[in-house]
Design a protein. Structure first.
Length: 196
């Protein structure tokens, strides 16, 4: 179950599996990656606009429930995290803030620099929940030093819940097991290589 300061929105799939987007905050809210994919074959050419409208209505509903949207946030600049986001932010009158625009924190969430999947990838952490974007995507190479440093950093933060862009929420114990496995695997490889 999600904590009270997080709401989830499953965007329509595009190119790959569903994209999980989030609204973070109790009163002032950041929307993480409200993507809207372009029309698919056979869809009406207004399909993307309809998806954008659905996002805007959702954001308006958040505001009607006392959660003012302050910004749209991107964890990195891959196209499946940015497509159609600009018009949504423009309609809401809020800025789009990616890794290059974000400071150390936004609306009470720490911006955590997590290179690996992308060189300028970031996550968001409120002391309990870590929004991981694509940090844990399978294409992240276990030999990649930046990825392992990022994973080590997040493991040390000991999040109770990890929210990713393309999977279901990951609970604390599962995440800790995953980190132990990936980081242990890497440590074993290093000692093997040094031992030779
Ligand atoms: Zn990505």
């Amino acid at each position: 179950m999600l904590p009270s300061n997080v709401e989830h929105y499953a965007s329509a799939p595009w190119m790959r599996e569903t994209h999980h987007a989030y609204a973070l905050g109790e009163t002032r809210v950041v929307l993480v990656e409200p993507i809207c994919c372009p029309p698919r074959p056979g869809e009406h050419q207004d399909a993307q606009k309809k998806r954008q409208l659905a996002w805007i209505l959702w954001a308006r509903d958040l505001e009607a429930r006392g959660r003012k949207v302050a910004a749209v946030v991107l964890t990195h600049y891959h196209e499946d995290h940015t497509i159609g986001v600009g018009p949504v932010a423009h309609s809401l009158g809020v800025p789009v803030l990616g890794p290059h625009e974000l400071g150390d924190a936004i609306e009470g969430w720490h911006v955590v620099r997590t290179p690996g999947h992308a060189r300028d990838h970031v996550g968001l952490f409120d002391g309990h929940t870590f929004v991981a974007g694509d940090l844990l995507e399978l294409d992240a190479d276990t030999r990649s030093a930046p990825f392992l440093r990022s994973l080590d950093l997040v493991a040390d933060m000991d999040p109770e819940l990890v929210l990713t862009a393309h999977t279901h929420p990951i609970e604390e114990r599962t995440f800790a097991r995953y980190c132990a496995w990936r980081l242990g695997q890497s440590a074993a490889r290093r000692s093997h290589e040094f031992g030779r």
